[in-house]
Design a protein around this ligand. Structure first.
Ligand code: FAD
Length: 397
């Protein structure tokens, strides 16, 4: 596997890295002290500069105003943007909007693209994806209560969702709802575009996550839909294609997440090494002189490097053979890199001692916010089970 970026990609990565370091890192103290919403005016200014620099939405095709990078190239960019919690947002590459734009590009009608995709691509509005319900196990998503009942040319939707990331301030939601209760489990649901100002669409609360309800893009909401009426023309793809479309959305999304996590690991690793060399535990004796800290540094380096190779290999497989053919690799990186992330951030925090628990560095923020990496987009256990079953099948299991 040769994964050295080409010279022209390396030049773009250097430009993006300079922008991240010079323009975004200085905003982090405000982000940690006052939250995402307080940083929005500054961030909008940075987004304007990103656009002017021709670095807008690197993953998006040039016809739609992006840089037209293949998945493999964007994987490298995602690592650079992951160095800061606001990197993906500043470059219009943030979840859940990217996944929703990909869905609309893939399955949207001309009318849906005009009304929902165009303003989203331009960065004028935000969106969210509402599938998980508090009453049902999200790891078995075919089991849900949200129903879209056909009524003339419309659907009338009733349901209860939660952990709808970025619903606060979103202009529309893609809602997963049962459209054929009698159908086969994987053909019961459809994805439907629902404007968030439609009567009956209610954000009940921003859910407090480890003590922080967040706000705007950086939040997760509980949402109730009560008799929400939308035209059937708002359905994405054929009736019953909801789960099939969800799979299409998740493959590349997992590459984006995993490389973002590797960006976080690299930043945490830098912080750990700086602290190990600067903190003296006795006069003239730095923390880095202790073998246990040296072992954490070596183990972290090995884990980050091997995780990156696995993700790049998976991105290459998706680019060459498609998401379906790479499903094992996608599951492997999803749980493996989430584990590396958790261990590297934990070691870096430990090396900082009490300072690691404060918001004077980003470590506590990542420790809190990124614990969810092992849960969303499929919990670790579900991915491990899927891979193991496929492997065992080759042995007659
Ligand atoms: C920060 C965050 C953001 C999210 N954003 C979104 C979003 O934007 N839109 C959306 O729709 N959803 C979102 N989710 C929800 C997410 O997709 C679900 O939390 C996830 O699918 C797991 O579902 P659950 O929470 O109901 O856990 P459950 O399904 O109840 O599972 C609980 C635990 O049981 C274990 N488990 C589950 N199944 C198995 C099994 N088969 N075998 C063994 N063990 C198992 C796992 O350890 C799992 O963590 C988000 C969640 C988080 C935490």
């Amino acid at each position: 596997m040769g994964f050295e970026p080409r010279p022209e990609l390396q030049e773009q990565l250097d430009r993006i890295r300079r922008f991240v370091d010079d323009e975004l890192l200085p905003l982090e103290p405000k982000l940690l002290a006052e939250g995402f919403v307080a940083c929005l005016p500054d961030l909008e200014e940075k987004r304007r500069k990103v656009r002017e620099a021709g670095l807008w939405a690197p993953w998006l095709s040039a016809d739609h105003g992006g840089m037209g990078m293949p998945l493999m190239d964007f994987a490298y960019v995602s690592e650079v943007l992951g160095r800061t919690p606001i990197g993906h947002y500043a470059f219009h590459s943030q979840a859940p909007d990217v996944g929703n734009m990909e869905l609309l590009l893939h399955a949207g009608s001309d009318e849906q693209k005009e009304r929902f995709l165009a303003p989203l691509v331009r960065g004028e509005v935000r969106s969210c994806f509402a599938m998980t319900e508090p009453e049902h196990a999200g790891s078995n998503p075919v089991w849900m209560s949200t129903v879209a009942r056909a009524d003339g040319d419309d659907y009338v939707i009733d349901g209860h969702k939660w952990f709808t990331t970025s619903a606060d301030g979103a202009s529309f939601a893609i809602v997963m709802a049962v459209t054929d209760p009698e159908g086969e489990p994987h053909a019961r649901a459809s994805q439907i575009l629902v404007p968030c100002d439609a009567p009956g669409f209610e954000i009940v609360r921003n859910i407090s996550v480890m003590g922080h309800p967040g706000g705007g893009w950086a939040s997760h909401s509980e949402v109730r839909l009560t008799g929400v009426r939308v035209p059937q023309a708002n359905r994405l793809g054929p009736e019953g294609s909801g789960f099939m479309l969800a799979q299409t959305r998740l493959g590349p999304g997992r590459i984006h997440h995993c490389m973002r996590w590797i960006g976080i690991c690299e930043r945490a690793f830098e912080l750990m090494c700086r602290r190990a060399t600067s903190r003296e535990i006795a006069p003239g004796k730095s923390l880095g002189t202790r073998q246990i800290v040296q072992a954490w540094i070596a183990e972290s380096r090995a884990e980050i490097d091997s995780a990156r190779l696995m993700v790049l290999h998976t991105a290459e497989q998706i680019d060459r053979h498609g998401t379906f053919a790479a499903k094992n690799e996608i599951s492997l990186i999803k749980f493996h890199v989430a584990g590396v992330l958790q261990r590297v951030v934990d070691r870096a925090l430990q090396v900082h001692g009490a300072l690691g628990m404060t918001d004077d560095t980003l470590l506590a923020f990542w420790y809190r916010e990124e614990r969810a990496a092992r849960i969303y987009d499929g919990p670790d256990e579900v991915h491990k089970i899927s891979v193991a079953k496929r492997i065992l099948r080759q042995f007659g299991g």
